[in-house]
Design a protein around this ligand. Structure first.
Ligand SMILES: C[S@@+](CC[C@H](N)C(=O)[O-])C[C@H]1O[C@@H](n2cnc3c(N)ncnc32)[C@H](O)[C@@H]1O
Length: 381
């Protein structure tokens, strides 16, 4: 199996599939099949390391073992058994089976998991003939059987912890954004490292830090471990070489100009600590201030921000006033572009302007809109 191209899946939050696809294209991949919440692509074994280390917006990278129709448990067993598990899974593997089922005849998730486990164990026994009981003392292999409209997809998770866990966010403030969503907001904007970026509601600093990483070409997975790093089929040198190449890509020279503000001094402290974890504290200027009291003289800046949403009782009025004042503030900065995410459906009215583009996304379980206001293009330098 491993001599040929392997099938990989980058999973993502609903609404961000196109951004993940663009990231994969930038990494040199071709031939995608985009579905809800996932981008299918092909690669070789080294690409497991490349995708995990570099993808900023995807949630996980899965190795796809097979996909087939399954209307009965017998069919599920036989078709699972037919897949080359023994090529991937060693005798000491700590393999566990997870499952989900949507609109399928095989609706019992626990039964499907049991059948898949039985098929895999029996297949492994054809290779490890002396094993009567798998101890599962070695590296983790998280296998998933996902049934959707009677099609079973069998995958092994190569990432381990979700890819949003970059490792830098050792502390977080109130309602932090997932790092993957913050990176998507930056990638969906027209910000580039030559322009000033201002996050007036920075909280634990996720947007400014993700932007600084993008500006400096720092791979988001440089500083963390992945499940597949422990796999026998992946030589340690593959990971070493992917990390070495990623280190060589870091841009130490550019001038990065990011401004991170918050009214809460504790949040600003946390943001500084998180940025320092990556050595990015000098790229971001941190200010503890109400955004209303900020004076900005720069032209062609870019606001990318996640203001409070007023989801809690009693907050709504305060947040409405905040959106009105933010709209007023941005009128003063008429050459700026603004990108704001909120669940408040009345945002545009309060802000005083219709967005040039609106994109439906999810912040955890909360449905949000990403409001995009394009300012004029800065003159060519
Ligand atoms: C939704 S949180 C931002 C979370 C952030 N994106 C993160 O990932 O941690 C909103 C932030 O707005 C701040 N805030 C509320 N009112 C403010 C104001 N008038 N000026 C500046 N910051 C304010 C809060 O202290 C809070 O940290």
């Amino acid at each position: 199996m491993l001599k040929d191209k392997i099938d990989l899946i980058a999973t993502s939050t609903f609404g961000l599939e196109a951004v993940v696809k663009r990231e994969l294209e930038a990494l040199g991949f071709e031939d995608f099949n985009v579905e809800n919440g996932k981008v299918n692509f092909k690669g070789n074994i080294e690409d497991i390391a490349l995708a995990n280390i570099w993808l900023r917006v995807a949630d996980r990278v899965l190795l796809k073992m097979g996909e087939f129709k399954a209307y009965s448990f017998e069919e599920l067993y036989n078709k699972t058994y037919a897949l080359p598990w023994e090529d991937i899974i060693p005798r000491d593997a700590n393999f566990l089976i997870e499952g989900k089922s949507v609109k399928s005849k095989l609706y019992s998730i626990s039964d499907s998991q049991r059948i898949v486990e039985k098929a895999i164990v029996n297949k492994l026994k054809t290779k490890y003939k002396d094993v009567t009981w798998f101890e599962k003392s070695g590296p983790r292999y998280r296998i998933e059987v996902s049934l959707l409209k009677d099609v079973a997809t069998l995958t092994i998770d190569t990432s381990g912890a979700g890819l949003h866990k970059r490792g830098y966010r050792t502390r977080q403030g109130e309602a932090p954004l997932k790092e993957t969503l913050a990176a998507a907001m930056v990638l969906l904007s027209y910000w580039n490292k030559d322009r000033l970026l201002w996050d007036p509601f920075c909280g634990s600093g996720t947007i400014p830090i993700e932007a600084a990483m993008i500006g400096r070409s720092i791979a988001p997975g440089l500083d963390r471990k992945f499940d597949a790093e422990e796999w026998e089929i992946m030589d340690k040198n593959i990971w070493r070489s992917a990390r070495k190449k990623a280190f060589e890509k870091i841009d130490y020279k550019s001038n990065i100009d990011i401004l991170a503000c918050d009214i809460n001094p504790r949040s600003v402290d946390i943001a500084i600590e998180n940025a320092t974890n990556l050595g990015l504290e000098d790229d971001i200027q941190f200010v503890t201030k109400d955004f209303r009291n900020m004076t900005l003289k720069n032209e062609y800046g870019v606001v990318i921000t996640n203001p409070p949403y007023g989801e809690r009782i009693g907050e709504a009025e305060e947040v409405e006033q905040l959106y009105i004042d933010l709209g007023e503030k941005m009128k003063e900065l008429d050459t700026w572009s603004n990108y704001l995410i909120t669940s408040d459906k009345g945002f545009e009215k309060l802000f005083g302007k219709k967005a040039d583009r609106k994109r439906k996304l999810y912040n955890g379980r909360i449905e949000v809109d990403y409001y995009q206001y394009y300012g004029p293009r800065p003159p060519k330098k």
